[in-house]
Write a protein that binds this ligand. Structure first.
Ligand SMILES: [Zn+2]
Length: 261
């Protein structure tokens, strides 16, 4: 029996009835973007999806306790993963497909009378598509205001992690130790190598890294300092700022000057 990810709360669309949704009158919609992809020998494919789902559930529940009317959608489990192609079953859709999916979600929000849309991203392959999607949405007159974020830590947030990694390192291992410790293969924790650039200046340029060369184990960096407490610190901090954003968006009147006064 898998424990529920978190207790139900008003605004968790998957668990609401149609009458409850009508009575809720959502002001803001939140769509989490996860991913299903390899995360080394120690973490499951669903790592990004588990992480962003927990962050959003905490953030939206807090926001709605603080007076927001934010509606949380189910997490999108398949997004952009072109750089993972050499690993098996790195689930992916094309950049243009993802953009179209997000624009279609924006159109559905418009049809249901929602004027504010927040994409919460949990996967490093998505920022380019998210930025482009916001431009696409902003270029149309009738679509909701849209923004995206990874979650927003408070000003006094102190990064608890000792070993940097952009994939399946101490940060992600810590989060999974907090969310689903039963899925972390603790006997597989290690210092996983990163590929070194033949063209050093590319470190200061933007390019798509072939992941099988950059993180050959499908994980990079030292993971043995990971703890559930660090994971909780990271996620709860980022959920706090997301909650504040949702409260502010929910309260702000929507007119032609939005989001300016
Ligand atoms: Zn990840």
């Amino acid at each position: 029996m898998v424990p529920p990810d978190s207790p139900a709360f008003p605004g968790l669309l998957e668990e609401m009835t149609v009458d409850e949704v009508r009575a809720f009158r959502p002001e803001v919609v939140v769509l989490p973007l996860g991913s299903t992809e390899p995360h080394g020998p120690h973490l499951p494919y669903g790592t990004d999806t588990f992480q962003v789902t927990r962050l959003c559930r905490l953030g939206v529940a807090q926001a709605n306790r603080d007076g927001a009317r934010a509606l949380l959608y189910p997490t999108l489990p398949i997004t952009n993963n072109a750089n993972f192609r050499q690993f098996p079953f790195a689930l992916r859709m094309g950049v243009r497909t993802l953009m179209q999916v997000l624009v279609d979600v924006a159109e559905q929000c418009r049809d249901d009378g929602v004027k504010k849309l927040v994409f919460v991203n949990g996967h490093g392959g998505n920022p380019g598509a998210l930025d482009a999607t916001l431009r696409e949405i902003a270029g149309r007159d009738d679509l909701p205001f849209a923004c995206w974020t990874w979650g927003i830590p408070p000003e006094d947030y102190v990064n608890p992690f000792e070993h940097p990694s952009d994939h399946a390192g101490e940060k992600e291992t810590s989060q999974m130790l907090w969310i689903r410790p039963d899925l972390v293969r603790s006997d597989q924790l290690a210092d996983n190598p990163f590929g070194r650039l033949r063209v050093p200046s590319l470190a200061k340029a933007s390019f798509v890294r072939p992941w099988h060369l950059y993180v050959p184990a499908s994980a990079g960096g030292e993971t043995r300092k990971a703890t559930a407490a660090k994971g909780e610190t990271y996620i709860t901090a980022h959920a706090t700022g997301l909650a504040k954003l949702l409260v502010e968006l929910s309260a702000a009147e929507f007119d032609e000057r939005f989001p300016y006064v």
